[in-house]
Design a protein around this ligand. Structure first.
Ligand code: PCA
Length: 217
């Protein structure tokens, strides 16, 4: 059990999937692991791109570290920006097989769970900060129906139902390819900076700016 006095931020990335040999989410998480941001130790961890095991590994990490903030990250091919996911939905519908060959179609992430969970991250404040730093950012209205959405939904379900995690904030950020994977892409250093900005904002913003005048979309 981690010392609860030591505050930490859990940041997860996925292993490569779909025949690729790199996953930018994991590259970025490795770069962040061990850093300290606003008095919080960053714990970086890898989740397998596997439907069943990814949630088991995530639950173990939550129990072990009791983070104050959790940012799950994953690769989203075709996106050009740090993509702040708004909502997780209670469905798995895999277009391709996961890394153990599973391809669930139209199954719930959590049987009997709510249809969706909104992120607990202040995504509009994060977007504003990213754009002010000149880093390409966007709010995304769908995290898909593959392993990332499943982990996002499972994370939000844990945060909603586990009393020890009541004050923990969390959500999912999708990231573009690295330049060597093709286009659109984002450089690793820019991606790492972007995630740092997101962590800083999440640690310092109590209420998101989404309902205030001048909110950007
Ligand atoms: N992206 C996939 C799963 C693992 C990853 O990095 C997704 O968007 O579901």
């Amino acid at each position: 059990m981690a010392n609860p006095v030591e505050r930490c931020v859990l940041v997860t990335g996925f292993d490569p999937f779909g025949g690729a040999d790199v996953n930018p989410s994991w590259q970025a998480v490795q770069a962040l692991h061990g850093q300290s941001i606003l008095g919080h130790r960053i714990v970086g961890a890898q989740l397998p791109t596997v439907f069943v095991q990814s949630l088991q590994v995530l639950r173990d990490l939550l129990r072990r570290h009791r983070p104050t903030l959790v940012i799950a990250t994953g690769q989203a091919a075709g996106r050009a920006a740090v993509s702040l996911e708004r909502i997780a939905i209670n469905v798995n519908d895999a277009r391709i097989a996961d890394n153990l060959g599973a391809r669930p179609i139209d199954t719930p992430v959590i049987p009997g769970g709510p249809d969706g969970y909104f992120t607990k991250l202040p995504i509009k404040a994060m977007l504003k900060a990213l754009l002010e730093r000149g880093i390409n950012g966007e709010v995304s209205q769908t995290a898909g129906t593959f392993v990332c959405n499943q982990v996002f939904y499972g994370l939000m379900h844990e945060l909603a139902s586990e009393p020890a995690l009541r004050d923990t904030r969390g959500g999912l950020i999708h990231v573009p390819w690295l330049p060597e994977q093709g286009q659109p892409s984002m450089r690793l250093d820019e991606l790492v900076d972007g995630l740092k900005v997101c962590i800083e904002v999440a640690l310092t913003t109590e209420r998101d700016i989404r309902k205030e005048a001048g909110a950007i979309s």
